[in-house]
Design a protein around this ligand. Sequence first.
Ligand code: XIL
Length: 333
Amino acid sequence: MFGCAKSRHYTCTDTDGLYHNAGYPIGVAINPDLLYTDSQCHRIASQQFNSFTAENIFKPFYLHPEPNAYYWEEADKLADYCVTNHKRLHGHTLIWHEQLPEWILSFSGSTSEWEQMFKNHIQTIVAHFRGKVAGWDVVNEAFDRDGTLRNSIWRRKLGDGYIERAFRYAHEADPNALLFYNDFDLESNPAKRRAVLTLLNNIRLRGAVIDGIGLQMHVNIYSPGSGEIVKAIEEVAKAGYKVHISELDISINPRGRPIDKTAALFQLQAELMTKIVVNYKQLPSRLQYGITIWGISDKDSWIPYYFNREDFPLLYDSNYIPKPVYCAIKSLL
Ligand code: XIL
């Protein structure tokens, strides 16, 4: 079926958008530098996707660089772009242990000053984007691999209850925004997934609002298998959470070896993507927040840069030609 994948010219065209075929939002991580200056990137982002997540510019180090100063300019520009171009905007992320500004890392207040700072941080940002951001990743990556709470600076300073309070503060600031817990490996690590579900269920029982769970889904062609992914999606849905496949990419070189970009590897990538999409499609629509791909072309993916390896995890190749993985899901979404 993907015999043409050896050439750079694959079987399908991308003249119409992925989201046109889907009954749920199809999203993409946005790097504004590319969106506004690279015409191919702009064409693909606006034509193919109807939900945008800022890849970096909504993170604390970017939005909240000084104790009493917020940097809204770039984020507002993206929010306005989304309003004008009818894109849903997903906010990523309010509370995370990475990409924090120096002033938070060295904040030396008392426990109550920490709490005030934490609350202000969440509520100022959520209130600022009220009506423009549809959903927030309120807390990102709060668990360790073994299912215990990560000993992040937030936990050390605020105690285990910070996750629940983050959701409560966010809800107060915008009762209409959908609120998500977002994490990686939930699709490959059942112990971590169970721990997350247990904590979130308990928070819900105490009356706080948590609408959904973001399964980041940074997966690869070898692991986890599609069976495990299907199980994760089902468990999250069964517990009554909206499912956001929030940062999807499929590595073909997880071990970081010198690789030959064979058609077979790209076919495995296409097959795994197909299974994810076909399974997601079966969810009841009230639980389908959408599928977000973590970038547009392989040349701009975070994976090669972050893990320092050659890789090709996205839907488009470095020349913005749709890959077999794009063609495979085009008619299935
Ligand atoms: C990544 C971005 O893609 C990179 O550009 C940045 O250098 C590091 O962060 N989990 C997340 C995302 O929740 O925010 C991360 O994004 C990828 C892993």
